[in-house]
Design a binder for this molecule. Structure first.
Ligand SMILES: Cc1ncc(COP(=O)(O)O)c(C=O)c1O
Length: 402
């Protein structure tokens, strides 16, 4: 049996991103936090920045803050996010939530298209499915491996998650978007589980959405983003016509006239305090570099899979693809006792993964904050949970957030 602890120490010593862990608040060194794909850790630099936004800007400048820089903040963040998504800053809007942005783009696209059918996959995030169900479109939901063959001349919009929230299966955006285009359809991708960790090529994609609180470490509920390719800016309009998407919001005209460009997808007053927090998370991405981030994600996920297979052979089904080119940065293990195993890890072993219905324990590996030692410790603790059947001591009761 390999000495995983020693191996992890070697990998940490050779890791060019190891020092980024010091950029984050890590109050409990014994905690193995493998849920950065749900909520990323708090960057230390966020604290003085949010404090300054509260005390000096809000407290001191009051409403003058809007002209002192608050209004420019969404634009500045779009510029930073453009580096993450590999697109132009003028193609990105930062604001609202992922679900709302999906609604704006999907309905805007449907209204602009001469076809009615939306095609999506059954492994898409439930909120995405709910939004799509409410659009009044002809919605076709197919198994992920049937997406490509289901795109037809009737399809108006193809929409799916780049990395599936459950299985971690990654779709080929460039290829599927190209097939959609050849069939006269637009493509819309949910990048929530890839933005900030998987290198992105949106060159053939038409639209995308995603959130800032996972791998981008922006903070709980920080604004999401949307991407719309520039040549669609005049065609796809925002179905939620709010004053911040108006040509001149402070002219208080009674008739809506959308502003030119991506800004028309803004609806309301930007959430400044959350945006200030998101800025720190976005700053760290280019400091680390997309290539190193992805290389470390591959190594962390591979290390985890190898160790699970070696220490607990046959005990779990590895749901996530073994080929790194087909996965993101989380790995899901299937087991009939998945929920109680998750509870045993969090309540008894100081390991935080999460549970995804009906039978998956999901482990997220956030390259800026997760160390190999943390992964080795987590798998050793999981091995103990399985060997001693610690989950048998726990009830099936579930809290609201799992
Ligand atoms: C893939 C995916 N899409 C959408 C959402 C929903 O995001 P929001 O709450 O910002 O609407 C989530 C939330 O975790 C998600 O994982």
């Amino acid at each position: 049996m390999p000495d995983w602890t020693a191996l992890a120490a070697d990998l940490d010593a050779a890791d060019p991103l190891a020092t980024f862990r010091d950029e984050f608040v890590i109050d409990e060194p014994d905690l193995c936090y493998l849920d950065g794909n749900s909520l990323g850790r708090l960057p230390k630099r966020t604290i003085p920045r949010v404090e300054a936004a509260l005390r000096q800007q809000w407290g001191g400048r009051l409403v003058r803050g809007w002209n002192d820089g608050w209004l420019d903040l969404p634009v500045r963040l779009a510029g930073m996010l453009a580096k993450v998504l590999n697109v132009q800053p003028t193609e990105i809007l930062v604001g609202d939530t992922t679900s709302l942005n999906l609604y704006k783009l999907a309905l805007g696209a449907l209204r602009a298209h001469d076809k009615r059918a939306i095609l999506t996959t059954s492994d898409n995030f439930p909120s995405d499915l709910y939004v799509l169900q409410g659009l009044g479109a002809e919605l076709q939901v197919v198994e992920p491996d049937l997406l490509e063959s289901s795109i037809s001349a009737d399809t108006a919009l193809v929409t799916a998650s780049h990395v599936a929230y459950g299985s971690g299966q990654r779709s080929d955006i460039a290829h599927l978007s190209e097939i959609a285009r050849k069939n006269g359809a637009w493509s819309l991708w949910d990048l929530s589980h890839s933005a900030g960790v998987v290198p992105l090529d949106l060159s053939t994609a038409d639209m995308a959405v995603g959130c800032g609180y996972k791998y981008l470490n922006g903070g709980p509920g920080v604004p999401a983003f949307l991407y719309l390719r520039s040549d669609l800016h005049e065609t796809v309009l925002n179905p939620i016509q709010g004053w911040f998407g108006q040509d001149r919001p402070f002219s208080f005209e009674p008739e809506y006239q959308p502003v030119a460009g991506i800004a028309k997808f803004q609806v309301s007053t930007p959430s400044i305090l959350s945006m200030v927090a998101l800025e720190s998370g976005l700053e760290l991405y280019p400091e680390a570099g997309s290539e190193l981030i992805w290389q470390k994600a591959v190594s962390l996920t591979a290390f985890f899979i190898d160790m699970v297979c070696s220490e607990m052979p046959g005990q779990f089904e590895i749901v996530t693809p073994l080929d790194p080119a087909q996965r993101g940065a989380h790995v899901s293990l299937r087991h009939p006792e998945a929920w109680r195993i998750t509870r045993a890890l969090t309540d008894r072993m100081n390991v935080i993964p999460d549970f995804r219905r009906p039978d998956m324990v999901r482990f997220g590996f956030s390259p800026l904050t997760t160390s190999f030692a943390e992964v080795a410790t987590a798998v050793h603790r999981l091995t103990k949970v399985m060997k001693d059947r610690i989950f048998d001591e726990l009830s099936d009761e579930m809290p609201t957030v799992t």
